[in-house]
Design a protein around this ligand. Structure first.
Ligand SMILES: Cc1cc2nc3c(=O)[nH]c(=O)nc-3n(C[C@H](O)[C@H](O)[C@H](O)COP(=O)(O)OP(=O)(O)OC[C@H]3O[C@@H](n4cnc5c(N)ncnc54)[C@H](O)[C@@H]3O)c2cc1C
Length: 438
């Protein structure tokens, strides 16, 4: 089949990889000059989520109280939150019920397993090096934080995530960069979880795809999509001639199937064919700096439980990421206002200062932000739509790095009409059509 993928972020690139591996002819349409330039660019690096990393459940504190009075959960709220943002938070808060949280984590688990296997196969087959680093250590300042995390800790055992629950002293043995004077009630260490360089991986996959005749329409924006009898058609925004300024004619690409992996733009394109999915955008922030003092740089990835800031070492750089900003949709499309940006950057800087002081060269710090698209039940939106030729792969929230490798495989199997690697309950829980029944 001829399959078109809109979006050359990590999700689009991994989807193209799996589609090509399944024998299809693939064209990826990406509006930037190369792949992984939006959410996949400066992200935190944590490869796969555990129940401690997800943005739903009892521990997160997405409540109205936190929004009105402020909180230390790392979330940045825009004062006077819009009705749409309040509505989204209300939906997300349904997962604060421990039973519902356990159910969603149970549905996520098969996807985590598939993603781990798929990524491992790709790494082994192509002998890939994309700055992988083993070991993730979540740190808890106070016994209260540990208590708050109890439902997630129970699920780590229930769903077989290899982990060790540690006291403060043992945490310092595992990660000697954590300063001795800092209050530390304990931690959870995941020896087999990893951080790695997401855009580097995406670019390596693109190089492989170039060698296997996958077409990349780079610098081209998909303006509209149509689903007709027997085929899908994508109209591209016309090009402007740089010297004369003249606009070219309308160009379109037709195929047998279309996968929307257009990140923050997915909803707009889906809306053109009358499909609504309740994805919500959050602007997430990151700081990157060269290693300051090697002896203070962490050996494992550190996550501050309270603020949810991920501190990862990517080769010779430190990355501090998270501080999601929740506000109205229209505002999220624009750059973060300076005051809120300062709060986000301070949140990241504070976590770094607390847990790995001296690790980063602050004078050379670069700020970055991107949009993470979240679904109200915390799971990605992956699978077939009500149009038989139209598929979606988006909404991975704060956990798209490794999960994109698994959702790519699911979509490729669905497009190819092959049996899926995950059970039918998990497929239904990821399906774009799940919100029509809820
Ligand atoms: C600061 C930050 C930190 C994060 N940290 C982590 C982490 O530690 N671990 C983790 O797992 N996840 C993390 N995430 C989330 C993760 O980065 C995302 O889930 C993932 O990158 C999403 O990939 P994507 O390909 O779906 O979206 P994107 O990377 O945004 O790609 C979408 C692509 O579609 C293209 N596009 C859109 N519309 C059109 C169009 N009309 N025509 C052509 N092209 C189009 C865009 O240009 C873009 O390249 C983080 C996100 C941010 C912002």
């Amino acid at each position: 089949m001829d399959v078109i993928v809109i979006g050359g972020g990590l999700t689009g690139v991994t989807t193209a990889y799996q589609l090509r591996a399944a024998g299809h002819r693939v064209c990826v349409i990406e509006r930037h000059a190369t792949v992984a330039q939006e959410a996949s660019f400066g992200q935190g690096g944590l490869v796969l989520p555990t129940p401690l990393d997800v943005w739903f459940g009892p521990g997160l504190g997405f409540g109205m109280r936190q929004m009105l009075f402020g909180s230390r959960n790392g979330m940045i709220y825009q004062p006077g939150l819009s009705a749409s943002a309040r509505g989204f938070v209300r939906q997300l808060n349904l997962a604060r019920d421990p039973e519902r949280f356990a159910m969603q984590c149970g549905r996520l688990r098969p996807l985590v397993d598939l993603s781990r296997r798929t990524l491992a196969e790709m790494e082994a087959r192509h002998a890939m090096d994309f700055e992988q680093r083993d070991g993730v250590l979540h740190l808890f300042r106070t016994p209260r934080e540990l208590k708050q995390a109890a439902p997630a800790l129970a699920l780590l055992a229930q769903f077989d995530y290899p982990h060790q629950i540690l006291d403060g002293e043992t945490c310092r043995t595992i990660e000697p960069s954590v300063p001795p004077g800092e209050a530390l009630a304990g931690g959870v260490f995941f020896p087999y979880e990893r951080s790695a360089n997401c855009p580097l991986f995406a670019k390596q996959i693109k190089t492989l795809l170039d060698e296997h005749d996958v077409e990349f329409a780079l610098g081209r924006s998909a303006e509209s999509i149509r689903v007709e009898a027997g085929r899908v058609v994508v109209e591209l925004a016309s090009r402007t001639d740089e010297t004369s300024g003249a606009r070219g004619g309308v160009e379109s690409i037709a195929g047998d199937a279309l996968v929307l992996a257009a990140g923050a733009n997915t909803q707009t394109l889906l809306g053109q064919v009358g499909i609504r999915v309740p994805l919500y955008p959050a602007r997430v922030h990151a700081l990157t700096a060269p290693i300051g003092y090697e002896e203070h740089a962490p050996h494992v990835t550190v996550v501050d439980y309270e603020s949810r800031v991920t501190i990862s070492r990517l080769h010779n750089r430190m990355r501090f990421a998270s501080a999601p900003l929740l506000q109205g949709r229209g505002k999220t499309a624009r750059p973060t206002p300076p005051k809120l940006r300062r709060r986000a950057i301070d949140t990241l800087g504070q976590a770094g200062h607390t847990w790995v002081p001296g690790a980063a060269k602050l004078s050379a710090m670069r700020e970055w932000d991107g949009i993470a698209l979240m679904s109200p039940d915390g799971l990605p939106i992956t699978g077939a739509t009500t149009h038989p030729r139209l598929f979606v792969n988006a909404g991975h929230g704060p956990a798209g790095w490794g999960l994109a490798c698994g959702t790519a495989k699911i979509v490729a199997d669905l497009v190819s009409g092959r049996a899926s690697d995950v059970d039918s309950d998990s497929l239904a829980a990821l399906s774009p059509t799940r919100f029509q029944h809820g």
